[in-house]
Design a protein around this ligand. Structure first.
Ligand code: AMP
Ligand code: MN
Ligand code: MN
Ligand code: MN
Length: 274
């Protein structure tokens, strides 16, 4: 069975509209799809008026939070989109994103790229404004040769445009997902580039706060990485989740759909969600 529990649309930094994403998932034989846009449920709301074409749609979100001095992403699966604590947190996160965007633009102007706020806002449209909107604008304006260069030079972690943002604490974010009846999943554990010890500490903190699963597949990953993450999940008594983290069609990225057989023996969060 193919599922995908981590995807993005134009509601955040993805290139496809919710309906385009849904059609692509159906074409690829995906049986269950979670939209997990950054800090918003508006993409999922848009799917409510669409024909689901037999696919099971899961209401999801990828929430930005902080732990151990780093920005951490927690996916909430099967959340109730009408739960007040979740709606309040999303409002707060959108304000943080808006404030951060102004500061990112000011930094980029200092670096010689004026007009970034209007440019990135135009690319974001009604969606949550994200660093990739700035990266794509920098490329479109000829300031940077590619999105990855834009991150390497200006927008990536520790670079000038990586504006410190006081995202909510990990435990608070998990509590909000739980209060909304959702399942908290630690997104892309390897992307934080933590030491083994720190990653294990993150899993402990995540689990202590009510976290239930970690992603063992997020986009393209080696078999070695998947095996290590499955061991970590087993060790920490967490379920596993899988997703492409699809943002757009891209030669180096994963396309929609992950075979759940990858979990092999470790319990999958889809057993709880579907
Ligand atoms: P934000 O949540 O607005 O800080 O943006 C984070 C998003 O930026 C991630 O979800 C990725 O989609 C994208 N991103 C982060 N690092 C890179 C990178 N090095 N190259 C391309 N995209 C990146
Ligand atoms: Mn993203
Ligand atoms: Mn993420
Ligand atoms: Mn993501």
């Amino acid at each position: 069975m193919l599922i995908d529990f981590h995807t993005h649309t134009t509601a955040s930094d993805g290139a496809l509209s919710p309906s385009q994403l849904l059609l692509r998932a159906v074409d690829r034989g995906v049986e269950a799809l979670a939209l997990t846009d950054h800090d918003t449920l508006s993409g999922w709301r848009a799917t409510q008026s669409l024909q689901s074409n037999g696919i099971t749609l899961v209401c999801g979100v990828e929430l930005s939070c902080q732990w151990g001095g780093a920005t951490i992403h927690v996916v909430g699966l099967n959340v109730n989109a009408n739960a007040d604590p979740l709606i309040d947190m999303i409002d707060h996160l959108q304000r943080l994103r808006g404030d951060r965007a102004v500061k990112i633009a000011a930094k980029l102007e200092q670096l010689g790229a004026a007009g970034a706020l209007v440019g990135a806002q135009a690319l974001a449209g009604d969606g949550a404004i994200c660093r990739p909107h700035f990266a794509h604008w920098l490329v479109a304006e000829g300031h940077m040769p590619s999105v990855s260069r834009a991150f390497d030079k200006w927008l990536g972690n520790g670079k000038p445009g990586d504006i410190k943002t006081l995202w909510p604490k990990l435990a608070e974010t998990i509590a909000v997902i739980v209060a909304a009846g959702g399942v908290p999943v630690l997104a892309h554990p390897l992307k934080y580039r933590f030491t083994r010890t720190k990653l294990r500490a993150l899993c402990d903190a995540f689990s202590d706060a009510g976290g239930l699963a970690i992603e063992v597949v997020n986009g393209r990953q080696s078999d070695t990485e998947i095996a290590a993450l499955k061991r970590l999940a087993k060790d920490k008594n967490l379920m596993v989740s899988v997703g492409s983290d699809f943002h757009r069609e891209w030669a180096y990225g994963a396309d929609l759909g992950v075979d759940v057989s990858v979990a092999g023996g470790v319990s999958g969060v889809w057993e709880m969600v579907l």
